[in-house]
Design a protein around this ligand. Sequence first.
Ligand SMILES: Nc1ncnc2c1ncn2[C@@H]1O[C@H](COP(=O)(O)OP(=O)(O)OP(=O)(O)O)[C@@H](O)[C@H]1O
Ligand SMILES: [Mg+2]
Length: 265
Amino acid sequence: MSPVLKVEGLRKEFGGLVAVNDASIEVGEGEFVGLIGPNGCGKSTTFNCISGLLDQTSGTVELFGRDISDKRPDQIQKMGMTRTFQHTRLWRQMTVIENLMVPPRGQFGSSLGDSVRALLIPFGNPAEEERLDKAYSVLDQLEVPHMAHNLTSELSGGQSKLVDIGRSMMGDPKLLLLDEPVAGVAGPLAMKIFNNLRNIVDETGISVLIIEHNMDFILRQGVDRIIVMNEGEILMQGTPDEVRGNREVIEAYLGAVGETGGEEE
Ligand SMILES: Nc1ncnc2c1ncn2[C@@H]1O[C@H](COP(=O)(O)OP(=O)(O)OP(=O)(O)O)[C@@H](O)[C@H]1O
Ligand SMILES: [Mg+2]
């Protein structure tokens, strides 16, 4: 089966700095894949190139077999891929359900004015009602229906991350790219988030590529495959068991393992 996402020979330079160097990544249909590596190794830059926010220096990105190297973020989003950002961007003075109803910034090419206007369209409009139903069903899938009418400014960091994931699911994406959705989230909630994502992948057949910083943690979260980056390059890819047994990975992480886990955004 052809992969949902196929990145070949991706390279991104910032001036003299090579942030990503010859990275090749594939994500299959219905696959839950972790992307892991130490601080500054190029994980978010890889997402930025895939999602069209940055132009890569060289290399190709294919989504569902189509070259998307020259496409804008909103065009890529329409093709079925949604991403989240490392720093959660919610409308803090709105409730959780209202946040789910507003398109995320920077993905639909929508301005603040458009988003607010969208909210002001009176409910009763069938398209809006459908969107509202969808928002409630996403909260059900994430097992947090009780949060619907909480103001997002009152949520914990972990709950905000959940709302952010929920928002990324509103357009029924076929591929979700999540940038460190559990960084700074307390252990039990972080595990619950991974568990929910695993269930969503299994039940809906979507694909998820998730950046995580903590090797120890991701090895135990039931992902199908882990891609390990180091200094801009792909160090190895394999099942959690294969990664656990890889000497190069262990060496790259020997210094890093102790620093991970408690990182706040
Ligand atoms: N827009 C930019 N301009 C210049 N340099 C950048 C830019 N974005 C990232 N970099 C640099 O590229 C390298 C890779 O950064 P990136 O954010 O991709 O790493 P990361 O793996 O996501 O790290 P972290 O775990 O801290 O989120 C770093 O040296 C970073 O400083
Ligand atoms: Mg990052």
